[in-house]
Design a binder for this molecule. Structure first.
Ligand code: SF4
Ligand code: SF4
Length: 216
């Protein structure tokens, strides 16, 4: 597939890497797919999920894990991917599956949404996270698995803390409620991505770019 057909919204993340030469954001954003970032994310999530699963099984509630896995499927394949990922530059690539540093391989059932994540979507995301992370604790407590509950809790704390410090501070899904990329870097990325910029400005985003252009 040619670069043009693979990248119909002309998002710089999916342009040839040679176009990144000299970009001030290179090395400062996780704006190109890197397997190491994906493995880092999976290892972090495993630090929460594995102790949670072991504890639920040891407590005698193993079959209830099927409900948790069903929620994973619904959340990652249909719900979260619409309210969060469909706004992400990684999602803009042509194709049926997502190639990104976290939800790699998920099906893309929805179209790409270059505009920012809305308030209603952010609220839904917090509800989804609460179910995703809260579900196993119910069964860990019922089964009296206090040590595994503590390990899973600690894994969850490390997951969010490490993610926020090392990934959310560099992630290109800038409107995610966890994202902490500085505004000037967001504007620099929008400068390189006219489709996104137009959608962001139409949604009320105040970037410094327009002021700069008016001064010229
Ligand atoms: S912001 Fe875009 S152009 Fe700059 S390094 Fe990242 S992918 Fe390349
Ligand atoms: S928001 Fe995160 S998980 Fe979703 S596509 Fe972007 S990088 Fe991947």
């Amino acid at each position: 597939m040619s670069e043009q057909t693979r990248n119909p919204y002309d998002i710089c993340t999916w342009r040839p890497v040679s176009e990144c030469a000299g970009c001030p954001l290179s090395e400062r954003l996780k704006c190109r797919f890197d397997r190491a970032d994906l493995f880092h994310f999976m290892a972090l999530f495993g630090g929460f999920a594995f102790p949670a699963m072991i504890g639920v099984v040891r407590g005698g509630y193993g079959w209830w894990l099927l409900g948790w896995f069903a929620f994973w499927l619904i959340f990652f394949e249909a719900w979260e991917i619409r309210i969060l990922c469909s706004h992400c530059p990684y999602y803009a690539e042509t194709g049926r599956t997502l190639h990104c540093i976290a939800n790699y391989g998920s099906l893309k059932l929805w179209k790409y949404h270059p505009e920012p994540v809305s308030r209603a979507e952010k609220a839904q995301l917090w509800i989804g996270f609460a179910i995703l992370f809260g579900y196993p604790f119910f069964f860990l407590f019922l089964g009296g698995q206090w040590a595994f509950a503590f390990l899973a809790f600690w894994g969850g704390v490390l997951f969010f803390w490490t993610l926020r410090r090392y990934t959310c501070s560099r992630c290109v899904n800038f409107s995610c409620p966890l994202n902490t990329v500085p505004q000037e870097m967001v504007d620099e990325y929008l400068r390189r991505n006219p489709t996104m910029r137009e959608a962001w400005e139409a949604s009320g985003h105040q970037s410094a770019l327009r002021e700069e252009e008016e001064k010229l």
